[in-house]
Write a protein that binds this ligand. Structure first.
Ligand code: ARG
Length: 458
């Protein structure tokens, strides 16, 4: 079914209709489409553009359609061109001429823009709630493992000792920025395009403020061409979602490594692991791998949106119908990933003794050895050089900083005394890193509290 038959002598072939149609994917906008139409008809009634009675009937008719779709008694007709066509057609079936008055002073171009914005605002809230849940799980784990020593890495080489709580909270900070990006993007999405018409506004005496207030928008788009042809909000949300996926993907990568026998820092719960059809010993972190893999889909969605939009002239062009599958896929994927990831993290078993073992013996405390000399008065560069020589000596002798005899230390630099062994103790190295933002347990506990308070709006 099309809304635009008047000018045409032939109808579309089945394949062309299917090609042109968007109902297979925009049917999920039925609530927002009805919400937008109810507000629009109310405004038309209040401005005297249609009668109050007609506005009333249209509102009731639309509510009836919504109820019937929700309770399953009205099936969406997938031969329609799009969800807007279906709902207007159904309204007209039910109300006759009154139904035909709904589309006064409106175009599908401003209608679809308002539908998407209404939908994306709700989705941004749902994703916000899921990200907050994950941050709270991270904070809980960070508090639990605030004192747990693990190796910190650069270049995936053991670098300096840190606490596991501190490592986890790094992801808390990333996700906190994601939350602020979501809120920011939602703010810019909050302007109402209805009333832009097809591209050039309308000659009817509409009042866009009424519609905006009814729909809960903060403000109104100020240029009709921009109102119908802007999809920045889809791109922006896809960008925010892509960054969320970067974070989930990096976290997943670490979880996958930590599960390996080479690390064995954690073990995932059976409910979040899978086996191999041939290798009986295998316990695979498929869920984390899928989250890592699905990041590619979301980046693809963002790239698709950017490419669709980059070359089209003002105002609406049908290319823009491609916005929906991309942004819907990005939203669905991120929601699915967060829904799987949070309980996976929540139920993981941490193996602190393996982290401790990995932190020991790999010269991870070499910086602290140099710092020990600095605290005894040596300039840092000289201390760095002496410690480097000591590390080389240890490697040559098959020893560690902990097991190298003090006489050997003294041969390289006579400032060394027995105190060095205390200075390079792993706990000391990690726990004394009290600088703001550093890994000591007090900082971890404070920052977990800080994040929780932000999330809980305290
Ligand atoms: N299905 C269309 C879309 O998603 C709705 C707008 C159609 N407007 C038009 N002039 N053909 O973009």
């Amino acid at each position: 079914m099309q809304l635009w038959k008047g000018r045409f002598q032939k109808s579309l072939s089945k394949t062309t209709n299917d090609f042109n149609s968007s109902i297979s994917f925009d049917s999920r906008l039925f609530r927002e489409d009805i919400e937008g139409s109810i507000a629009h008809s109310k405004m038309l009634g209040e401005c005297g553009i249609i009668s109050k009675e007609d506005a009333e009937k249209i509102g009731e008719g639309l509510k009836g359609i919504l109820a019937d779709i929700e309770n399953g008694s009205l099936k969406i007709d997938f031969d329609c061109e799009d969800i807007h066509t279906f709902i207007e057609g159904e309204l007209t079936k039910r109300l006759g001429d009154t139904g035909k008055r709904l589309h006064t002073a409106r175009s599908r171009n401003d209608q679809v823009a308002v539908d998407i914005k209404l939908y994306l605002k709700k989705q941004a809230d749902e994703i916000t709630a899921l990200v907050k849940e994950l941050v709270l799980v991270i904070c809980g784990k960070a508090e639990q493992y605030a004192d747990t020593i693990m190796p910190g890495y650069t270049h995936l080489q053991r670098a300096q000792p840190i606490t596991f709580g501190h490592h986890l909270l790094a992801y808390g900070e990333m996700l906190l920025r994601d939350l602020s990006r979501l809120a920011d993007c939602k703010k810019r999405m909050d302007s109402m395009p209805l009333g832009s018409g097809a591209l050039a506004g309308t000659t009817y005496p509409i009042d866009r403020t009424i519609t905006a207030n009814l729909l809960g928008f903060d403000n109104i788009t100020e240029n009709s061409l921009d109102g119908v042809s802007d999809r920045d909000y889809c791109i922006e949300l896809a960008g925010v979602l892509s960054i969320i996926m970067v974070h989930l993907s990096r976290f997943s990568e670490e979880i996958i490594m930590w599960c390996s026998w080479e690390f064995k820092f954690i073990e995932l719960d059976d409910a979040f692991s899978t086996g191999s059809s041939i290798m009986p010993q295998k316990k695979n972190p498929d869920i984390a791998e899928l989250v890592r893999g699905k990041s590619g889909r979301v980046f693809g969605d963002l790239m698709g949106l950017l490419t669709v939009m980059k070359g089209i002239p003002l105002a609406y062009n049908k290319d823009m119908q491609e916005d929906k599958e991309a942004i819907f896929d990005a939203i669905d994927t991120v929601k699915m990933c967060l829904t799987a990831f949070t309980p996976m993290l929540d139920t993981m078993r941490v193996i602190p003794q393996n982290m401790r073992k990995a932190a020991a013996g790999g010269f991870i405390n070499a910086t602290d050895c140099a710092d020990y000399l600095v605290k005894k008065g040596l300039p840092f560069r000289d201390a760095y050089k002496a410690t480097g020589e000591i590390v080389a000596l240890c490697i040559e002798k098959g020893l560690t900083l902990e097991t190298l005899p003090i006489e050997e230390y003294k041969k390289v630099c006579n400032i060394f005394d027995e105190g060095v062994y205390e200075a390079i103790g792993l706990e000391k190295c990690a726990y004394e890193r009290r600088s703001q933002g550093g890994p000591c347990p007090d900082n971890v506990r404070k920052n977990a509290e800080r994040l929780k308070n932000i999330i809980e709006g305290k």
